[in-house]
Design a binder for this molecule. Sequence first.
Ligand code: GDP
Ligand code: MG
Length: 451
Amino acid sequence: MFDSLSDRLGGVFDRLRGRGALTEADVRQAMREVRIALLEADVALPVARQFVDEATEKAIGQNVLRSVTPGQQVVKIVNDALVAMLGGDDPAAAELNLGVSPPAVVMMVGLQGSGKTTTTAKIAKRLSGGQGGRDRKKVLMASLDVNRPAAQEQLATLGTQVEVQTLPIVAGQQPVEIARRALQAAKLQGFDVLMLDTAGRLHVDQALMDEMKAVADIATPQEILLVVDSLTGQDAVNVAQSFSEQVPLTGVVLTRMDGDARGGAALSMRAVTGKPIKFAGVGEKMDALEAFHAERVAGRILGMGDVVSLVERAAESIQQEDAERMAAKLAKGQFDMDDLRGQLAQMRRMGGLGALAGMIPGMKKAQQAMANGAVDERILLRMDAMITSMTQKERSKPELINAKRKIRIAKGSGTTVQDVNKLLKMHQEMSTAMKKIRKMGGIKGMLSMLG
Ligand code: GDP
Ligand code: MG
C-alpha cells in the first residue's frame, strides 16, 4: 500500500502544498516525478513521456483556483489528463458494435494464455443475457485453436457452463476451414453473433499473423478484439504494436485486472492501438468481466489504496479530538466497527465515495464487488445500516460474527449475507491498513509528516 508509486505522488503533492500558485518550475518538478511514477505503474516509456508533455502544457497554462491548494490542482489536472488519455468517460465507446445484419462476427486475438478463450465465453454470456447481461442475443462460439491440445474442448466446456452453443468439433480441420464452417452454421441457424476464439502463440510470429489475417479475410468481423494480460507490463506494448499493425483491431480487452493494482497497461494499450478498451477481465469466473471505466483506472494509476492522501484529505474534516481518540485506539491496536462507521460517515461528509473510493485499501474491492459500477452514497448508507444492525458486542468484536449472526444482521439491514461478508472483509483490510499507519507513528505522526 505504501508502494513507491503512492509515495512518490504523495511526495510531489506535499511539496506543492501551501504554495500560492502553480509556477512553471513547480509543475515541471512535479511532472518529473509523475513520469517516474507512471513508469513504475508499468506505463510504457514513450506513452509516459507523451502523457507528461500533455499534462505539463495544461497545467502551466492554468490559473490557480482560490479554493484549492496547488497540490489538489495538480492531482486534478493529472487525473483529468489520465481519464482523457484512457479514452474519456464515454460509456458508448466500451460497447460492442454489433449493428449489422446477423451474424455479427466478433474475433478474439492475442498471445497464448492472455485469456482469449475465457473472455470469449464471458462476452458470449453477457450478450446472450446470462447473468448480468442485458441483451438476449443468440450466440454461437467457435474455437479456431488447433495448436493447443484440447483448446476446442475447453471452449465447449465453458459453453456448457454459460449456456451458449459451440460449434461441433470436427477433428483435423484448419482454422480457416473452421471459420468458414462456423459462419455457415451461424447463418443457416439464425445466430445473431458468432464469436471466434483464435489460437495464440507464446510470442508474436508471422505464422500466427498470417493465420489471423486469413481468418479475418473470410469472416469479415465487425469486432476484432485484442486480448492482453494486464500483468505483462512493458511487453504488452510490443504485443499491441504487432497485432495492430497486422490486423484491423477495433478494441482491446485487458484481462487479470484483478491482479494488477497499477493499471499502467491500460494507458499504454490505449495510446499504442488508439482503440478503445472495451472490457476489463477481473477474475476467472464467467461473470468477472466489466465494462472499462476510464475514471476508475485513472484513480488506480494515480495511487490506489493511497492512505497518505486519504489522511491528508481527512485532516481537513476530522476534528482534533476525533484524531486524538483514534490515535488512542490505534495505540492499542483496535479498530472496531464503530470506528469504521465513523469513517464512513466522514466519507459522506467529504463528498461521497467518488473521490475517496480509490484511496481506501479494501474499499476498492468492496466497491467493485458490491456496486458493479454504481458508485454512490447508497453503498455507504447500506454499510451504515449493517453496522447499526450489529449488537454493541459484535461491533467491538467483529470476530464474533458467525454465520447465524450474519443472517440476522443481513435481515436487520435489508442486505444479504454476502454484503455483510464484504463489509467484514473491508473492516479487516482497513484494520490492517490502520496497523501500518500505527507503525509509522499513528495518525498524528502521519499528519506531521504531511506538514
Ligand atoms: P487463452 O490461451 O488466451 O485462450 O487464455 P485462457 O482463456 O485459456 O486463459 C488462461 C488462464 O487465465 C485461465 O486459467 C483463465 O482462467 C485465466 N484468466 C483469464 N482471464 C482472467 C482474468 O480476468 N482474471 C484472472 N484472475 N484470470 C483470468
Ligand atoms: Mg484459448
